[in-house]
Design a protein around this ligand. Structure first.
Ligand code: AMP
Ligand code: MG
Length: 482
């Protein structure tokens, strides 16, 4: 029975990470849960992965996605890693997650399948190893939105409620998310192995990462340096994309930065409403370390922590290694600046290079900041040339800017703008409401929101409520995803 279900689903596990040093992982199974219930299953992602869950009954699906019943050939592990959390170094690890293994698709793509909220592990510290329903559904919504916005990210395959209570400030319903990632190797994974001082383990992690993610540099004579360069580029792309859509990750610790360049770990993240570089939603980010406008510089800081782990493998001579690595890290600024400029030019439809473009961009952003203009909607209004009778766009300063910009764009501009400017983002108050309803077993609002955020570049009708910021949006607070 079990075997036939596994064959029907199409799991195809090939677990290579488990073959790395035992120092960086622990073999451990998810802790079974009392009464799992499947709440949401991502059919289109399942299809992309070549997995077929149709015709499998509800109870069976709940068993599968809670880890009560494990797929054949899975080989569960919790991964060890370290990380700078708000600037402070500490050792960590999957405290409430297990990787079941690597599923290989028909296209020969390799994905980690992970349960988040699956019980205690040796890395749990004081945590209970569990996750609450709200934050797991939140990760589902936001990761699907980020993916649909065309931004590299881990994905969410399913959420089950566990039938158990988790104690936070109040008792909450427990849940498990099935996360799909091109890997869970983080900057923090490298930091952890570097800390052990085990050169052999470090080299095998380095080679493994290159083989898995960047085989094109495999034969280079300095793979550590080449890996650093690629990861700088990937992370520059990622943060530029976050800046494009006004996404604030909220907890950019080095353990939450994936070497693959995917967005990972959706905790206190949220989308910005009115444009303000200082926007912070996370209640624990009291000094604004991870504010919207700080994300690029924090990316660079995290990359420098990654580079530190690679130093001995970049050059045997320490001074030489530091020089090469510092120069490489400092290239971040010009790479980012160029990417950010191109991104903003695309948002405004500025094709070709012309003098004064930078000024057009900065003048608009300044105006938006001074007038508390909504970030997403301002670009959408420009794209649609319809300002919805919103009075702030009738101000003289804006009209002056608008005329200059209109003279600079052409028909092709609109095509470019359409690809860069979403018609909607998951607005904070909508997400909160959807989660509240889901807590009460009404999943309809959640599914309606998902349908919309999966098509962020399409023109939708009658979705004003989804497009508007809440009047209290600047008071919005998020809490760590526990
Ligand atoms: P995060 O802020 O989600 O990146 O988590 C930071 C670290 O705390 C990670 O190592 C998590 O595995 C761990 N952690 C978070 N929540 C829990 C929990 N409820 N039980 C055990 N470990 C946790
Ligand atoms: Mg994390």
């Amino acid at each position: 029975m079990k075997n036939s279900i596994d064959n029907k689903i199409g799991w195809n596990f090939d677990n290579t990470y488990v073959g790395l040093s035992e120092k960086i992982l622990t073999k451990i199974k998810p802790v079974t849960v009392k009464e799992p219930k499947l709440l949401i299953l991502n059919k289109s992602l399942a299809e992309n992965l070549g997995l077929n869950f149709s015709g499998i009954n509800k109870d069976e699906l709940a068993s599968i996605f809670s880890g009560n019943e494990l797929p054949k050939n899975s080989n569960c592990i919790a991964q060890a890693y370290a990380g700078h959390q708000f600037g402070h170094f500490t050792t960590l690890g999957d405290g409430r997650a297990v990787v079941l293994g690597e599923h290989i698709t028909k296209e020969n793509k390799r994905f980690d399948i992970q349960f988040k909220g699956s019980g205690r592990t040796p890395y749990s510290r004081n945590g209970d190893g569990r996750a609450a329903l709200g934050p797991m559904l939140r990760e589902y919504i936001i990761s699907e939105a980020i993916n649909s916005l065309g931004i590299p990210t881990t994905r969410s395959l399913a959420v089950v409620s566990t039938g158990e209570i988790v104690l936070r400030e109040t008792p909450l319903r427990g849940a498990i998310l099935t996360r799909v990632a091109s890997s869970h190797i983080r900057v923090g994974t490298f930091q952890y192995v570097a800390l052990t001082g085990d050169e052999k383990a470090f080299k095998s992690l380095l080679n493994y990462t290159v083989d898995r993610h960047y085989p094109e540099i495999k034969n280079s004579n300095n793979i550590a340096l080449e890996l650093l360069k690629i990861v700088i580029k990937k992370q520059c792309d990622l943060v530029t994309n976050w800046m494009r859509v006004g996404f604030i990750h909220g907890v950019m610790n080095t353990d939450n930065m994936a070497i693959s360049g995917e967005s990972i770990d959706y905790g206190p993240c949220a989308f910005m409403d009115n444009y303000d570089l200082n926007t912070v939603f996370s209640s624990i980010d009291r000094n604004g370390r991870y504010a919207y406008g700080n994300q690029p510089i924090i990316t660079k800081w995290n990359l420098a922590r990654f580079a530190e782990t690679l130093l001995p493998y970049i050059d045997k001579n320490k001074d030489e290694a530091i020089k090469i690595t510092t120069d490489t890290i400092n290239e971040f600024d010009s790479i980012y600046e160029k990417k950010w400029n191109n991104m903003m030019k695309a948002k405004l439809g500025l094709i070709e290079k012309k003098d004064g473009d930078k000024k057009i961009i900065l003048d608009l952003l300044n105006w938006m900041e001074n007038n508390k203009a909504d970030y997403t909607n301002t670009f959408l209004y420009l794209l649609e040339d319809d300002f919805k009778n919103n009075k702030i766009y009738e101000k003289e300063a804006f009209i002056k800017w608008y005329k200059k910009w209109r003279n600079r764009i052409n028909n092709e501009s609109l095509l470019l703008m359409k690809k860069s400017n979403p018609s909607l983002i998951p607005r904070n108050h909508i997400v909160e409401n959807v989660l509240k309803m889901a807590e009460q077993n009404d999943l309809k609002p959640l599914n309606e929101l998902l349908k919309l955020v999966k098509k962020p570049y399409e023109k939708h009708t009658n979705i004003d409520d989804y497009q508007k910021a809440d009047k209290n949006s600047n008071k919005y607070q998020t809490f760590c995803g526990t």
